[in-house]
Design a protein around this ligand. Structure first.
Ligand code: ADP
Ligand code: MG
Length: 255
């Protein structure tokens, strides 16, 4: 059994009194890629933000490796859970300096980087394939490469859970596939790799588990094949999603 690294139990949250997430329960397991899918405005970003406490929860409980996250400090949560937001402002920093920011939660004030911090940074840049840009200013890079810099920063955090909000946006198809393969190797290291994905066929093909949100509620969850077979996706997305056999196994497409 894959270990549950992060779980939400009956979690609700709201913006200015208006509920955006209603009674959501979910489990994110180590060794697996979990995709969060749902129409625009269904609460996907809110769900990730609630898990790490950027959006405070109104009800329910969140457990990180069995421990309630209530009362955990922000650095402690960051050492356990890395988060890549959907909207990112591009900083005026070199790639290496930015990736180094992923180490903040491991340092006490005043910040002094240790050898292990520098090593974690080099390793993270190498893993996502951006070492050659280490000295470049982030603002000079293409949108797809910037996305990888954010991912490297999250990896440098060395957490067992990674939450990514639409990491494939701005990536062309070959970089999207590379990213999904990279997610696979991170999961193989035992991490709980979690991504909001808007490409349903991509999610069905690459994710082990899927959580479907609609109107702020988790309307389905299970393995990709269970969720596909339940037929709920057609209703939720108002589209016909189909599967077909291919040389590389089952593929999915929308009609
Ligand atoms: P998704 O990521 O699935 O597109 P969101 O989680 O961003 O959806 O939004 C869920 C709901 O919460 C939407 O109705 C959205 O308008 C609302 N919402 C999101 N962020 C805010 C905010 N900062 N203030 C007020 N309402 C928000
Ligand atoms: Mg969103």
């Amino acid at each position: 059994m894959d270990k549950i690294l992060l779980s939400a139990k009956n979690v609700s949250s709201c913006y200015s009194g208006r509920e955006a997430l209603h009674n959501v329960s979910a489990e994110l397991k180590g060794g697996r890629i979990t995709a969060i899918i749902g129409p625009n405005g269904s609460g996907k970003s809110t769900f990730l933000k609630t898990l790490i406490g950027i959006v405070p929860k109104k009800e329910g409980e969140i457990f990180s490796e069995g421990r309630n996250t209530d009362g955990m400090s922000a650095p402690e949560i960051a050492r356990r859970i890395a988060y890549l937001p959907q909207m990112k402002s591009v900083p005026d920093l070199t790639v290496r300096t930015m990736v180094l920011h992923g180490r903040f939660s491991h340092l006490s004030y005043p910040r002094r980087y240790r050898k292990e911090d520098m090593e974690a940074v080099e390793r993270a840049m190498e893993t996502v394939g951006i070492s050659e840009y280490a000295e470049k200013n982030v603002s000079s890079l293409s949108g797809g490469t910037v996305q990888l810099v954010f991912l490297a920063m999250a990896l440098a955090q060395n957490s067992s859970v990674i939450l990514m909000d639409e990491p494939t946006s701005f990536l062309d198809i070959s970089h999207q596939l590379n990213l999904m393969k990279l997610c696979g190797s991170l999961a193989a290291e035992g991490k709980a790799v979690t991504a909001v994905l808007h490409d349903i066929p991509l999610a069905l093909k690459y994710a082990d588990d899927i959580i479907v949100l609609s109107g702020g509620k988790a309307v389905a969850s299970g393995t990709a094949s269970q969720v596909y077979k339940s037929g709920i996706l057609n209703a939720v997305f108002n589209a016909e999603i189909k599967e077909a056999a291919s040389e590389s196994g089952i593929i999915y497409y929308c009609q």
